[in-house]
Design a protein around this ligand. Structure first.
Ligand SMILES: [Zn+2]
Length: 289
């Protein structure tokens, strides 16, 4: 690390690499063996007399972009300065500003392109889900565009096994919540989660929407209602955080709006029903039963 090397000879059967500093004796020479077929190092002078440097001519824009792809997938908000620091810590090399700018753009293009392709396969994915899980609800809606392909709007998935499992083996509680998606295209995830007899979370249905709005919650609750059926028949209890958009969208679907009780009341009721009181719904919860 920290030294530049030069490929003096690159041939199909042999390769010689020396240090960029002509006065430095460092050298590697390898050639191909027939039995067993492999490459063998014949000469190795593994000692540098040249000083270390954190710049390397072997560092190309393409290589930097390739290394950045995985890093950007984990931290999509990585900025150029942080990326430069990361290369110094991880590889002990300093990447110039211009090269880093080009590499960041190249890496983002690779990620964005891949995610675009994934969105293009959503309809096929949903039809495969339906084929493998008959009875499930998998719907997607799009915004038609005057020119070009339609734009993604929302996606709802409720698998038949989750539907049946919740009705037959879970406590009659449904937790509603939404959260931000941290991918390149953003959006929000709306979820309906139950709890099984072991106090484990049990996913019922989830949706991906552009934003957590009243219309989107209405749409989600409407589809959920169709899947889990009437609250009176099954006695479902709904719990959510105090997001106004959920409660504004509830009256349209009366199945979740018989009465409201405040967090402490709901908390006690819920804890008593578990018989343990150790696990609690997140934050201040509101319940509609
Ligand atoms: Zn050297």
């Amino acid at each position: 690390m920290g030294r530049e090397v030069f490929f003096l000879k690159v041939e199909p059967l042999r390769c010689r690499v020396i240090c960029y500093n002509q006065e430095c004796p460092w050298e590697v020479y390898c050639s191909r063996r027939n039995f067993p077929p492999s490459f063998q190092i014949k000469t190795l002078v593994d000692e540098h007399t040249c000083p270390r440097s954190n710049k390397s001519r072997s560092v190309t824009c393409k290589w930097v972009a390739g290394e950045l792809v995985n890093k950007l997938r984990i931290t999509p908000n990585l900025i150029q300065r942080e990326a430069e620091e990361w290369f110094k810590v991880e590889y002990d090399i300093s990447v110039g500003e211009r090269m880093m700018y080009r590499a960041m753009k190249m890496a983002k293009d690779i990620i964005e392109g891949m995610e675009k392709e994934q969105y293009g396969k959503l309809r096929n994915y949903l039809s495969e889900l339906l084929k493998a899980n008959p009875g499930s609800t998998c719907t997607m809606s799009t915004h038609p565009q005057p020119e070009g392909l339609p734009k993604f709007r929302s996606l709802y998935i409720c698998l038949e096994a989750c539907k049946r499992g919740f009705k037959h083996g879970c406590r009659p509680f449904i937790f509603l919540d939404g959260t931000f998606l941290k991918g390149y295209f953003g959006g929000q995830l709306l979820t309906a989660v139950g709890q099984d007899a072991n106090n484990h979370l049990f996913p019922i249905a989830y949706a991906v929407v552009d934003a957590e709005t009243k219309e989107n919650w209405k749409w989600f609750l409407h589809l959920l209602h169709e899947d889990i059926r009437d609250y009176k028949e099954f006695g479902w209890n709904f719990i959510s955080d105090k997001q106004k958009v959920i409660f504004k969208s509830c009256p349209t679907y009366l199945f979740v709006f018989m009465h409201l009780c405040y967090s402490i009341e709901c908390w006690i009721f819920w804890a008593c029903s578990l018989g343990t009181g150790s696990s609690t719904p997140r934050g201040h919860a509101k319940s509609c039963t």
